[in-house]
Design a protein around this ligand. Structure first.
Ligand code: GPW
Length: 809
């Protein structure tokens, strides 16, 4: 799909006339944006159709990736890149006096996710299409994306994110593919005259699910897959049953808001309804599609793989059973064998509070038939296991116990594969968290270390470095991420290292300008840009970062002549609206920032910038400019992390605990090219076993630490006494759940090492180069290939070009 400048300009101006009857000079940036978006969509639409028809005619197996979150960010630049149009369009628009960057900024982020989980799903969508794999996304079209974050007086305030208010050019509403989803009511088995039982669902609430499809354009391979997001409406023929505003609102609410919590489950009944809504709509539409295309449901496992992204879509298991058994009259055993072969599940956390559990009463009331099926799955599981193993294991692994439905148990028992998202995480699943299941089904457990869409995080986000890579190692890395390794040949090449420094400087200067524009803070763009960007969560320990900054500040105040390696600490983080403690940390960071940034005596040595409204598009601005990547979660708590990979790819040096994928980054670059500190996972577990962590002892025995902690409550940091006390208490009164005090001294030493390393620029640049060169292994292209081979058993499809070639000869 290449295009000449002339042809593009002609098409673009025609489209502008068609859509708005405007000339380039008359058009607003918004008009230009929608015109370009429409042209892009119209262009890939042909391949979109060819791809779909190719999947149908070749009967290749397809995967459906069910995820309650997708976080694609902006689509325009990514589509241009993947179509092979980016450079031509940029140059053509320039001829017309238009700066492409200005147009790109018009697009609202598609933020239908909270953080890592949703972004992973979107990186996978890009990679699945780019690998030519037959794969589809299935999720919810939330009317409001993740809240917009503002800081008012240093506090996080949440505003609605109306991303659809001006329409969405990328999506296609497919009315003809609507399905109905049933909730509530009463379910029972009715005995017929011949003694057989039929399931009856009485008085259900009936909702119409309408799919909105978005093309997922593969990287210059002609493949365009589909991300299908469902919206809820009142079915016309059911209008009569929705008489009150209250009843109508319930349907509207179903797809209204993304549950804005990350790693903490709640949201309760509405969230459960959302889960069943997209599970049922997606599963029904898959089965309907395959039936309509003449497939035999008895070997549906040869054509369909369904992936359960964390437990939120775990009801795929009973829903698939419901359709096969109730609607298709298949016998239970056959249906169950197929279900297990079709389903696979990824676990993304070991935090107990994030493992989904639903009260029996609530699940039964939201979907009584699904509850019955879960009960039957549970009954058969217990029956099958009884006598083969300890009763204790059965009690701990069964799906329903003490009035609670355990969704992870449902997902594991109902699927053939359970994977973790980094080596350490997968080992912890096998050996600790899911050990009982591992004993039952050892062959179901496997690891798939996360990956990132390196096209977005390098080619789109960092054109400066991308050009340097082209000049140094050629352009093959743009197609094959592992070719980044060619850069290793230049690790001692002064010219290349110098060029690397220049590229980083360009990005830092650009970010510094952005920071000034957004916050008014002027930062020294030659300081170390030290970046921590991720959801605000106690286990991620933004607090440890904060305490270290307080220490640097106190040091500078105590000795005004002291010189430190200048630093700009950059934060980006949203806190769940109900997560009081996380919000307290935001407030204190903001107040400390205010204090330090306005302290004349500190000058250029220290600045803190907390950028509002962290999002995919903000990440694209920050990451290319980062020198230091803060990955400082308590060992064992961060399942993988993915910002660690994005920052490494962009040449930042990782400052990390041995947690999640940090361990694999260390293995990739070697101990000399990463800075590791803190407790190991084994040490953390030893504390748990011996119950012998005493946070207070660290406070008592270290003068330095005591000064830092006291600064939280002694008025050093203005306007934050309440929050300071809350944090102080979490550390000392409640014994510091995430071992911040235990790791403090080690972290300070590691930060001193970072400063020291940075002062030797040549060494630093070499480390940076080695990080870039070794980041290829974290390409999501490779990750999805492994899922495709080991779990989904799907093969790359023919490209539209191949299909065309064949039909022509
Ligand atoms: F709790 N993750 C996330 F496991 O972003 F479901 N949201 C979530 O709700 C959960 C996990 C859940 C993240 C992990 O915290 C992170 O370590 C991982 O890299 C990411 O999922 C993708 O696997």
């Amino acid at each position: 799909m290449t295009i000449s400048k002339e042809l593009f300009k002609e098409k673009f101006m025609d489209m502008l006339t068609e859509k708005y009857a405007l000339s380039v000079e008359e058009a607003s940036p918004y008009d230009l944006y929608t015109t370009l978006a429409t042209l892009i969509r119209a262009t890939y639409a042909k391949d979109w159709g060819i791809t779909r028809r190719a999947y149908n005619t070749t009967h290749e197996k397809q995967v459906y990736y069910f995820s309650i979150e997708f976080l694609p960010g902006r689509m325009m630049k990514s589509n241009l890149l993947n179509m092979g149009w980016l450079d031509t369009v940029e140059a053509s628009l320039k001829d017309l006096g238009i700066d492409l960057e200005d147009i790109l900024e018009i697009e609202p982020d598609m933020a239908l996710g909270n953080g890592g989980l949703g972004r992973l799903a979107s990186c996978f969508m890009d990679s699945i299409a780019s690998e030519g794999l037959p794969g589809n996304g299935n999720g919810i079209r939330y009317k409001y994306g993740l809240f917009k974050q503002k800081f008012i007086d240093g506090y996080q305030v949440e505003l609605p994110n109306e991303w659809l208010s001006r329409g969405n050019t990328w999506e296609v509403r497919r009315d003809s593919k609507a399905v109905t989803v049933k909730f509530n009511g009463h379910a029972y088995l009715k005995e017929l005259e011949d003694g057989s039982l039929v399931p009856i669902h009485e008085n259900p609430t009936v909702v119409r699910a309408i799919p909105y499809d978005t093309g997922m354009v593969g990287y210059q391979n002609g493949t365009v897959n589909t991300l299908r997001l469902w919206d809820a409406e009142i079915p016309l023929e059911e209008e009569i049953n929705y008489r009150s505003i209250q009843q109508r609102r319930e349907i509207e609410d179903l797809t209204s808001v993304l549950y804005p919590d990350d790693s903490n489950e709640a949201g309760r009944r509405l969230r459960l309804m959302q889960e069943y809504f997209f599970v049922s709509a997606g599963t029904q539409s898959i089965i309907r599609h395959f039936k309509a295309n003449g497939y035999n449901l008895n070997n549906i496992d040869e054509y369909v793989a369904i992936h359960i992204n964390d437990t939120h879509p775990a009801m795929c298991v009973p829903e698939f059973m419901r359709i096969l058994v109730d609607e298709e009259q298949m016998n239970w055993e056959r249906a169950w064998a197929l279900t297990i072969k079709v389903m696979s599940y990824t676990n993304h956390t070991i935090l107990a509070e994030a493992l989904e559990k639903w009260p029996v009463e609530m699940l039964r009331s939201v979907q009584p038939r699904i509850y019955q099926i879960i009960e039957e799955i549970d009954r058969r599981f217990v029956e099958q296991m009884t006598g083969t193993i300890d009763w204790g294991i059965i009690e701990r692994t069964r799906i329903i116990s003490n009035g609670i439905v355990h969704m992870a148990h449902l997902a594991i028992i109902g699927s053939h594969s359970t994977n973790g998202v980094a080596k350490l995480h997968s080992d912890l699943l096998k050996n600790v968290v899911l050990h009982d299941f591992y004993r039952l089904y050892p062959s179901r457990f496997n690891n798939k270390t996360n990956g990132i869409a390196e096209r977005r995080w390098m080619q789109l986000a960092n054109p400066t470095l991308s050009h340097l890579l082209d000049e140094t190692i050629g352009t093959s890395w743009r197609f094959e991420a592992s070719d980044l390794y060619l850069l290793m040949n230049y690790k001692d090449d002064k010219k290349v290292l110098h060029a690397l420094a220049k590229a980083k400087q360009v990005n830092k200067t650009r970010l510094a300008k952005f920071i000034e524009k957004e916050t008014g803070v002027i930062v020294n763009d030659h300081a170390i840009f030290d970046v921590q960007i991720k959801r605000l969560h106690a286990y991620k320990r933004q607090l440890l970062n904060l305490l270290h900054i307080i220490k640097l500040y106190l040091d500078l105040k105590e000795d005004p002549k002291k010189k430190i390696q200048p630093r700009v600490f950059i934060f980006g983080a949203k806190a769940a609206p109900s997560y009081h403690y996380a919000k307290a940390i935001i407030k204190v960071i903001n107040e400390l920032a205010n204090l330090i940034n306005n302290d004349e005596s500190i000058k250029d040595q220290l600045k803190i910038v907390f950028l509002e409204n962290y999002s995919v598009s903000l990440a694209e601005k920050i990451i290319p400019a980062a020198d230091v990547s803060e990955q400082i979660s308590l060992a064992s708590k961060e399942a993988s992390g993915t910002s660690n990979m994005k920052l490494m790819l962009n040449g930042a040096i990782t400052l990390a605990t041995l947690d999640g994928a940090n361990i694999e980054i260390r293995d990739a670059v070697g101990d000399d090219n990463i800075v590791i500190f803190g407790l190991t996972e084994a040490e953390v577990y030893a504390y748990y076993e011996q119950a012998n962590y005493r946070a207070f002892e660290y406070y008592e025995s270290s003068v330095e630490l005591r000064k830092v902690i006291d600064a939280l409550i002694d008025g050093t940091i203005p306007n934050s006494s309440q929050e300071g006390i809350e944090i102080y208490d979490s550390l000392l009164k409640y014994n510091d759940e995430f071992f911040v005090l235990r790791d403090f001294a080690d972290y300070v030493a590691a930060q001193e090492k970072v400063a020291h390393l940075y002062s030797d620029q040549e060494k630093w640049l070499k480390m940076s180069l080695i990080n870039i060169a070794n980041a290829g292994r974290f390409s999501a292209d490779d990750t999805v290939k492994k899922y495709a081979e080991d779990i989904w058993r799907i093969k790359p499809n023919k490209t539209p070009q191949q299909v065309k070639d064949e039909t022509h000869d």
